[in-house]
Ligand binder design. Structure first.
Ligand SMILES: *[C@@H]1O[C@H](CO)[C@@H](O)[C@H](O)[C@H]1NC(C)=O
Length: 205
């Protein structure tokens, strides 16, 4: 493959990885900010849980910790992949050892899996909570408590923003799709460069 085409492929791969990294870290930041770092969990709240905990929901904390951990793992893997790609763009080298390639594919797979988990947990968790609060505001209308799934949830120590939970789920989902695209790029690049490297491999052995 001509080296110009190779560079374009590398650059495109790098940009997609950078976008995935941005999406994953945005998702992580939004979840952390709206759960007080996992200490207050507004996911999967049921009616009985809401009325039982005035100080702020400490229920279902494992689901919040899971979504934070998932987004953090994906962000870390994507940061590593982006750094590796940056080095290969800057120095126009390609990592050639099989172990390194397998490791990179592992990072891709882990990123995609954990971004998917983040998407599902946040989307399902906030949907359940939305349904509960919507039900409460319609069955017991009160003037001092209005609720919207995309608005701020007042009357707690922190005021989680529904729109930000939705944005966190969307970012994680978009990040997963982009990472999948980046994995495709990576595989194409490997297959193409194998043609070039085959000769050097044989001559080395
Ligand atoms: C809806 O709210 C009422 C009280 O406002 C409660 O008794 C009922 O259990 C709630 N239903 C659900 C599905 O949360």
């Amino acid at each position: 493959m001509p080296s110009a085409a190779k560079q374009v492929l590398s650059l495109a791969h790098f940009v997609i990885l950078l976008l995935s990294l941005g999406a994953a870290s945005t998702s992580l930041g939004l979840i952390q900010a709206n759960t007080n770092n996992g200490m207050l969990c507004f996911f999967f709240l049921t009616y009985s849980q809401v009325i039982a905990d005035d100080a702020g929901p400490t229920f279902n904390m494992p689901t919040c910790k899971l979504s934070i951990a998932s987004a953090a793992i994906a962000t870390t893997c994507l940061a590593l992949l982006t750094a590796i790609e940056l080095i290969s763009v800057l120095y126009q080298t390609n990592i050639k050892t099989l172990v390194a390639k397998i490791l990179q594919i592992g990072f891709f797979a882990v990123s995609i899996l954990f971004l998917f988990i983040t998407t599902v947990v946040v989307a399902a968790g906030w949907s359940q909570t939305c349904a509960t609060f919507k039900n409460m505001t319609t069955t017991q209308p009160s003037t001092d408590f209005s609720f919207q799934c995309t608005g701020k949830l007042q009357a707690y120590i922190i005021e989680p923003n529904g729109a930000e939970f939705i944005a966190a789920a969307v970012c994680a989902g978009v990040g997963a799709v982009l990472t999948f695209g980046a994995l495709g790029f990576f595989i194409v690049k490997q297959m193409r460069s194998d043609d070039d490297e085959y000769g050097t491999l044989i001559s080395k052995n």
